[in-house]
Design a protein around this ligand. Sequence first.
Ligand SMILES: C[S@@+](CC[C@H](N)C(=O)[O-])C[C@H]1O[C@@H](n2cnc3c(N)ncnc32)[C@H](O)[C@@H]1O
Length: 247
Amino acid sequence: MAHCKHFDFDELQRQEYQPGLEGKIATHHMKLYHLVVTMERPIVLEFGVDKGRSTCVLLTACEKTGGHLYSVDIRDCSDVAESEAWTFIQQNDQAIGDVLAQAPALASGIDLLHIDSLHRREHVLRLLMKWFSYVKAGGFITFHDVDPTPYLPGQRKDNPRHEFEAIGVAQVIREFFYANEDHLFLEYHFGSTGMGIMRKLTPFGISPNPPMSLRTRQVIVSPAGLWWSTQHMLRSLGRRFFKRQGV
Ligand SMILES: C[S@@+](CC[C@H](N)C(=O)[O-])C[C@H]1O[C@@H](n2cnc3c(N)ncnc32)[C@H](O)[C@@H]1O
């Protein structure tokens, strides 16, 4: 059984689908576990270890399936877990050549790639463009921290910088998804800071299309809009007036 320094897998499992914030966080991470535990000898790669919550669930699933987890962090997080099924790589996750040199098995195909390192639009995009082709057809790319809502004004984690970063990350995932839509499925789980799960059907080794620019309409006051709202307002005033007269 994987030994995780800061997390107890059984406790995370107990928290799954329980009410409250801890229940949400555990439920999102247990989704990673459920994906991996159904695979046969999976090769799993995660970016961003820190105290190792995702490491703990992914590693437990790898141990149960004869798979292997490779965890990359720019800082030394080598002591957060202990297991024969685990390799920690201290590296910048964008240094693809260096990561592959320390984990050559990744070059034969990744079953699940979990992205939870630097939550910035450009960073997530570079990871997607560099690592996408290494994920096997039918494999998964998962993303933690995809929902800006908790960072909005007055919300639990009110923080303008994180709000803009999370908006950027959510947007680039959507742009990437629509640029490669024919071969992708994408689902989001809200609550806490959100978890995104992308399933890839594109064959291994094929590079993705770059993200598609998605323009939104500007809110403008048009003559047609003004005419519509004036009519709407007059109709509702008329209804109220006649109701008061008892007509
Ligand atoms: C949000 S934490 C990861 C949390 C972890 N997945 C968990 O579930 O507990 C983000 C981590 O990403 C690491 N990180 C930041 N930039 C990185 C980079 N360019 N390459 C690799 N790791 C990076 C940080 O050192 C930090 O430990």
